[in-house]
Structure formats: C-alpha cells, structure tokens
Write a protein that binds this ligand. Structure first.
Ligand code: FAD
Ligand code: DHB
Length: 397
C-alpha cells in the first residue's frame, strides 16, 4: 500500500464532543490540527447520549464560538426532582448553588461543532480505519491510518487522545505507565427517545422499589427517559409497551400517563462504570474525555468533564505555541484529575443513592437514610446542588 505523508501540529483522534471541541478551540488559537474519526459523521450524530450541561460547559462553548443555537434552543433548568416512596422532592439548584443547568443534547453540540469545523475548512477525516500511533516518545511522533483503501501518515508535535473508552490512544500507552481505578455496576440503563411533549418541567430521578428511572427531555416536544435494567438485557427484549409500562410503575402514573403511548425513535442500553486512569499524559500524547475516565451517567457529568479536560488542554497547547512555557502541559494531568475525581465521587454517590442493588439489604437501609436526610437537610441539598450544577473551572494561573 502506498503511503501519503502530511504534517500538522496536533493530531486529534476521535470526533466526539472532546475531539471536535478541541479542534474548534485550537482553530481559534491558530493551531493546526487534523481530526481522525473511525466512524462516519452520520453515525457519530446518530448516537444519543448526554443532555445536561453545566454553566461552565456553556461558557466554554461560548468561548469556542459555537453557542448561538445553544442559546436559542437550550432550556435552562433551575431545579431537579428526586422521586422516592411515591413523593417528589425538589432540589432548588439555582437557589441553593447560584447556578443552573442547561438541557441541550450532545447530538446538537456535536452538530454545531461539525458545522463550525466544516465552515472553517479545518481538516477532518471520517471513516479513518486502523488509526495507529508510532514513535510516541521519540520526539517525532507519527500517526497512520487507512482511508478509502489508502495508507496515510501524519507527523505531528502532539496527539490528543479524544477517542473514548474503547479508543486506541489509551491502549498505546504501556500498561506500567498508567494506574487504573475502576468500579463496574451490576446493571445498565435502557434509554428511550420519543417525540411527545414532556409532562415534567424539570428532570425527575426516581428511586423506586422496582429500580431507578429518569424522566428527562431534549425539547418542548421530545422526551428522553431511562430505566435501570439487568446488564444482560438486550434492546430487542424491550418493546415500547414494556418500556413505558416499567417507566410508569417506577415514576408514578400522574407523571408517566401522558407519554406512555409514544413510539420510540431511539432505544439503547448503556452499562454503568466508574473508571479513571492516571496520569492523562504520556510524552506528547494527552488523553481527554472518555478516553481517560468514565462516570456512571446518574450525575450527568461525562460530557461536562470531557469539555473541562479539553478546555485545559487547549490552554496548555496555546501557551506552548505562544512560546510561553511547557508548564501548563506539565500541569495538565493534575489539573484535570482534581475535577475528575470530584465528578467521580458525585456520580458514584448519586448512583448508590438511586439504584436498586439486588441482595444488599444494608445498602438499601443506607440509601433510605441518606435520602431522608437529603430531603430534610438544607445543608445536604446544598451539597448536592453545588455538585450537580458543576464545580467552577479553574482559571489559568
Ligand atoms: P466519545 O463521545 O465516546 O467520542 C469518542 C470518539 O472517538 C467517537 O466518535 C469514536 O467513534 C471515536 N473513536 C474511537 N476509537 C477510535 C479510533 N481507534 N480511531 C478513530 N476514532 C475513534 N454526560 C453528561 O455530561 N451529561 C449527561 O446527561 C450524560 N448522559 C449520558 C447518557 C448516556 C446513556 C451515556 C451513554 C452517556 C452519557 N453521558 C453524559 C456521557 C457522555 O455522553 C460522554 O462522557 C461523552 O460522549 C464523552 O465524549 P468524548 O468525546 O470523550 O467521547
Ligand atoms: C440525561 C442523561 C443523564 O445521564 C442524566 O443524569 C440526566 C439527563 C439525558 O440524557 O437527558
């Protein structure tokens, strides 16, 4: 196979929100980057994932110049509700923590970023197969890939590993150079998207005897709902009728009645995992987003963490290319990990309080006690609100 050779400053592996946002931030800082994505753009846009943005995330998207549609279509939420034993308890996010969250789908952010990148003429390669990293620590790193049957090679200064949990970048680092921390939960989330006006004004996280359920939304005409399900379940086992019946039992009739006949337009199962690798750097290779860490979705933190990693990484690369110093590159991992571990803690806490852990009667008692305390104590609510709206991003030093 012949090989075409090019050169750039940064190769970004992965065109999820982390990779595309980094591309956009670098483009605005006049740093050249090529984005390599294994899938087609249509496939990436078809993945339904996150929906809740922290204020800090909105600010980064503004800074990147891609927040126009977000401001027009995003929905501000000042509170969330927790359902427990047939009652709902509101956590007044804005009143308690001084900040709100914005409901705007990850798919929409991805679309906005793809359009901005296409408009700027910055290069992206979709359906890039067999992406491989070479000579990482040699001082002259290279990335190869195959596109339309042809082998390509890019020489670069840095590689940004934004290729998610199953990507190639993290596994290119020798195992003895990384410490791994992991917790796998014994259940998954089955999610359904449906075109029906949401009968709830704010998200409802329900802890029911039958398992967790979440009522969320994407717009004034579209709901996103989840139920906890066994890990081994397959989507085919869940007809729409079965899903809505289960959702209704967990959420309560008053809430669910208005949505139960809506046909699904997407249905998928996601496993739950807590996962962190340290450090996030190996020579010129920097990991960001799900490539470096996974949170269970209960705290709505995964996308927000990907955005804060990338914000720190673009600042570090900008400082480097402006000839200031390598200090921010050296600090990148430590700076990200402070935020990552706080989000890991909160996501783990939310997951423990809201799901059924079969066969663990002690855990159930702790859960009941914790939730009763949360509903009675303003201090506990404030702590939850502060974490849910997101801790502020550290400004550059
Ligand atoms: P990804 O989105 O996984 O993108 C990585 C990209 O790299 C992919 O496009 C992939 O195709 C590509 N890639 C992989 N391997 C290669 C390779 N070898 N070569 C080239 N490209 C490659 N987070 C929140 O903040 N709030 C929420 O409300 C929320 N809800 C969620 C609900 C669900 C059901 C799920 C599953 C996740 C949720 N998340 C949420 C998490 C959030 O979606 C992820 O954290 C986010 O997608 C991470 O972005 P990323 O760009 O790091 O990784
Ligand atoms: C959504 C997903 C989450 O994980 C969450 O905590 C809240 C909302 C969503 O997809 O809308």
């Amino acid at each position: 196979m012949t090989s075409r050779v090019t050169r750039t400053q940064v190769v970004i592996v992965g065109a999820g929100p982390a990779g595309l946002l980094l591309g956009q931030l670098l483009q605005r800082a006049s740093i050249d980057a090529i984005v390599l994505e294994r899938r087609s753009a249509g496939y990436v846009l078809g993945r339904i994932r996150a929906g809740v943005l922290e204020q800090g995330t909105v600010q980064v998207l503004e800074h990147a110049g891609v927040a126009e549609r977000l401001h027009a279509e995003g929905i501000r939420h000042d509170g969330v509700e927790i359902g427990f034993r047939g009652r709902r308890h509101r956590i007044a996010l804005h009143a308690l923590a001084g900040r709100s969250v914005t409901v705007y789908g990850q798919t929409e952010i991805t679309r906005d970023l793809m359009e901005a990148r296409a408009a700027s003429g910055a290069p992206s390669v979709y359906e890039a197969e067999d992406v491989a990293l070479h000579d990482i620590t040699s001082g002259a790193p290279r990335v190869t890939y195959v596109h339309e049957g042809e082998l390509h090679e890019i020489s670069c200064d840095f590689v940004a590993g934004c290729d998610g949990y199953h990507g190639v970048c993290r596994s290119s680092i020798p195992a003895d150079k990384l410490a791994t921390y992991e917790r796998v939960y014994p259940f998954g989330w089955l999610g359904v998207l449906a075109d029906v006006p949401p009968p709830w004004n704010e998200l409802i996280y329900a802890n029911s005897e039958r398992g967790f359920a979440l009522a969320s939304l994407r717009s004034a005409t579209r709901v996103r709902c989840y139920v906890q399900c066994p890990l081994e379940d397959r989507v085919e086992q869940w007809s729409d009728a079965r899903f809505w019946d289960e959702f209704r039992r967990r959420m309560g009739e008053g809430i669910a009645d208005a949505v139960v006949n809506a046909p699904s337009i997407e249905k998928s199962i996601a496993p739950l995992r807590s996962f962190v690798v340290e450090p996030l750097r190996y020579g010129p290779l920097f990991l960001a987003g799900d490539a470096a860490h996974i949170v269970p979705p209960t705290g709505a933190k995964g996308l927000n963490l990907a955005v804060s990693d990338v914000f720190y990484l673009h600042e570090a690369l900008r400082d480097y290319y402006r000839g200031r110093s390598e200090r921010a590159l050296d600090d990148y991992s430590v700076r990200c990990l402070r935020r990552i571990w706080r989000a890991e803690r909160f996501s783990w806490w939310m997951t423990r309080q809201l799901h059924q852990f079969p066969g663990d009667a002690f855990a159930r008692k702790m859960q009941e006690t914790e939730l009763e305390y949360l509903f009675e104590s303003e201090a506990a609510q404030k702590s939850m609100a502060e974490n849910y709206v997101g801790l502020p991003l550290e400004r550059a030093t």
